[in-house]
Design a protein around this ligand. Structure first.
Ligand SMILES: [Zn+2]
Ligand SMILES: [Zn+2]
Length: 367
């Protein structure tokens, strides 16, 4: 990381340092609890462009899954529409990736949870705390199907004391304590398990967000999301096996962000674990494939739905994503410029009212 970039990242994160030790000789800082709030952290050039309102943007902030991968956070995708950002899943380590990008957390207007597996929710408390430290002035909505109330209640409870302590230390110039909580926004009363429902869950200016049921059985509810804005559209799969409702809701999307499981590599891993006497690990590997979609199935879905760009994420196993067998056969289904293996920091731009789809990066592509 270049020195200037590192310094800027430090400036963004320093206020949130968890355990800043005070020199023994210095008195503790006491801030005026009634001081006026300070302004937001200035945006860097890349983020100023991301929020220029000219395009809908897709940013990957986590592209791995429960298996460890030091170069990737777990499930996290961001859609930027106008001046606001919407986060789809907050997997472990995903906030760190946003900090590396110097992402302005106060632009986050909502968090959308696809389902309650830990690789999709682990950093929700960090999003709560870090956006608060960056100056969030309103409570943060968390959208989800049945179960989101408990999720939000739990994270609010776990982070309540942290917020109080930071307020006591930094004061009201930095922390708006009343605005710190997450607020649950439950949808999907009609999602009763037939895996065929959809529901418009948010209309905000030119943006419409639709949730739809996906097949991640036995995990119910599990949903994907579709974002429509100024003639452009992005669909996020969540975790799903191949399903008709997924294909239906992906129809005509400019971008489809989908998970991908390489069954051939998982089978190889299972054999190796079994040979090593790790029966528990082998059984887990055996259970994984039946509720995820393969790269080939996702490619077929994208082509059937008429999707312009297919973005693979939630790689299983992500550490092997660059091995040739992982995406073997995809090139025979889709031209090379119509699919991309996602990484943390991939950025896709969809200019308003056009058909253009371009790719860039906010973090360098890993080797
Ligand atoms: Zn899952
Ligand atoms: Zn997952």
């Amino acid at each position: 990381m270049k020195t200037r970039t590192l310094l800027a990242a430090l400036l963004v994160s320093v206020a949130a340092a968890a355990c800043t030790t005070t020199p023994a000789v210095a008195p503790p800082v006491v801030r005026d609890p009634h001081a006026a709030p300070l302004g937001p952290i200035p945006m860097n050039a890349a983020m100023t462009e991301v929020f220029d309102g000219k395009a809908m943007r897709v940013i990957l902030c986590g592209t791995s899954s429960p298996l460890p991968d030091p170069g990737r956070a777990k499930a996290c995708t961001i859609v930027v529409a106008g001046e606001k950002a919407y986060v789809i899943d907050t997997g472990p380590e995903s906030w760190e990736q946003l900090q590396r990008m110097q992402f302005p957390g106060i632009r986050i207007a909502g968090i959308f949870i696809t389902h309650f597996h830990s690789d999709h929710i682990g950093d929700l408390g960090e999003f709560r705390m870090q956006t608060m430290v960056q100056g969030r002035s309103q409570t943060l909505p968390v959208y989800g199907a049945r179960g989101v109330d408990n999720l939000v209640m739990g994270f609010n409870l776990a982070y309540e004391e942290d917020a109080r302590l930071r307020f006591a230390h930094h004061g009201s110039s930095l922390i708006n304590l009343e605005a710190s909580p997450l607020v649950a926004r439950e949808f999907g009363k009609a999602f009763v398990g037939n895996l065929s429902e959809e529901e418009v869950i948010l209309r905000d200016g030119d943006l419409t967000v639709t949730a739809f049921e996906v097949d991640h059985d036995p995990i119910r509810p599990a949903v994907g999301y579709r974002f429509d804005w100024k003639g452009r559209s992005v669909v996020i799969s969540g975790d799903t096996a191949l399903s008709a409702n997924f294909t239906e809701n992906a129809k005509g999307a400019d971008v489809l962000v989908t998970e991908s499981l390489a069954g051939n590599l998982i089978a190889l891993g299972q054999q190796q674990l079994k040979a090593a006497g790790n029966e528990r690990g082998a059984q887990i590997m055996d259970d994984i494939p039946d509720y995820h979609i393969s790269p080939l199935e996702a490619a077929q879905t994208a082509s059937e739905a008429g999707v312009k760009l297919l973005v693979y994420t939630h790689h299983i196993p992500s550490a092997q994503v660059n091995l040739p067998p992982y995406f073997a056969g995809v090139a025979a289904i889709r031209p090379v410029d119509q699919w991309v293996i996602g990484w943390d920091g991939l950025r896709v731009d969809l200019p308003a009212n056009s058909s253009t789809v371009t790719q860039g990066e906010l973090l360098p592509k890993p080797n």
